[in-house]
Write a protein that binds this ligand. Structure first.
Ligand code: FMN
Length: 284
């Protein structure tokens, strides 16, 4: 299953790209509208990109009346990313959106590096969201967590269906001459190639900690079918494409084709057969 990473594709301006995905993940929606962070909000670096969008979105009310109906017309399964400053905000957004037939899952963004963290911990937020909706809930975690396995277990105990791993790292780039931050907010989210080994490790650790029993969406620097296969081997059941979509709108189709070739070259008939194979020699 190939998805986009939240915030990395606008399906309304690029519907043909979105239709190549197995599901479209919407940019994070919050209870109230958010204007986002000061410009500039994007910067290229040697090994990836920095962003500080700051969860700009129209808020759940306008999202439901103006955006969601247009997304539903695309006829593809939708995943809605949900953010907030408190558990009650997450719960309210989930309650508003979760029961729509077109919404196949909610992804709780517990890890945006561009906004202040929510007051409550990840498990409390998941528990509040779980009480508000019966929709599948994916907890999206940060690569900066010192104990990602511990947090993964706690959100699953609190009612999460699966995990989305990982959000961006924190990064900074300075202007060559002024030596001031290139992003308006200063520090931003660091994504792309440099994130690949970090994402791979998070997926590997969480797959092991959960005995391979929960769905995991792997993301972070995926640019080719081999990168996708690596995440699947580490334990991902689905793969999301993020920064690559800014450079290559054909990536969903290309990566899907490359993944099929990489699988068959190794004798796998389906991606599921390759899931978790990185753990074969690791059994204690
Ligand atoms: C411009 C931009 C905007 C993003 N916005 C969101 C967002 O709204 N919600 C979210 O959960 N993650 C957001 N992310 C993080 C991505 O979904 C993804 O986790 C991260 O970029 C790692 O994948 P990549 O290395 O393939 O880009 C954003 C990333 C970028 C580059």
């Amino acid at each position: 299953m190939i998805l986009n990473a939240s915030g990395c594709l606008d399906a309304l301006t690029a519907p043909a790209v979105a239709r190549k995905l197995d599901a479209y993940v919407v940019k994070t929606v919050t209870l109230e509208p958010r204007a986002g962070n000061p410009q500039p909000r994007l910067a290229e670096t040697d090994f990836g990109m920095l962003n500080s969008i700051g969860l700009q979105n129209p808020g759940v009310e306008r999202f439901c009346t103006e955006v969601l109906p247009r997304l539903e017309e695309l006829g593809i399964p939708l995943w809605i990313s949900v953010g907030g400053a408190e558990a009650t905000e997450y719960a309210e957004v989930c309650a508003r959106i979760g029961e729509r037939a077109t919404v196949h899952a909610l992804e709780l963004n517990l890890s945006c590096p561009n906004v202040d963290p929510a007051a409550e911990g990840a498990a409390e937020i998941v528990a509040a969201a779980r009480a508000a909706t019966e929709a599948p809930l994916y907890a999206k975690l940060s690569p900066l967590l010192p104990d990602v396995a511990g947090v993964a277990k706690s959100v699953l105990e609190a009612g999460a269906t699966g995990l989305s791993l990982v959000n961006s790292l924190r990064g900074l780039a300075l202007d060559e001459w002024t030596l001031e931050p290139r992003l308006g907010r200063g520090v931003g989210g660091y994504s792309g190639a440099a994130l690949r080994p970090v994402a791979l490790a998070a997926v590997f650790i969480c797959y092991k900690a959960t005995d391979g029993e929960v769905p995991i969406v792997g993301m972070g620097g995926v640019e080719t079918g081999k990168h996708a296969l690596d995440l699947i081997a580490a334990g991902a059941s689905a793969v999301a494409l993020g920064s690559i979509l800014f450079r290559d709108p054909n990536a969903p189709e290309r990566v899907r084709g490359e993944l099929a070739e990489e699988l068959s070259a190794r004798g796998f008939k389906r991606p599921e057969e390759a899931r978790g194979v990185a753990h074969r020699s690791q059994n204690d």
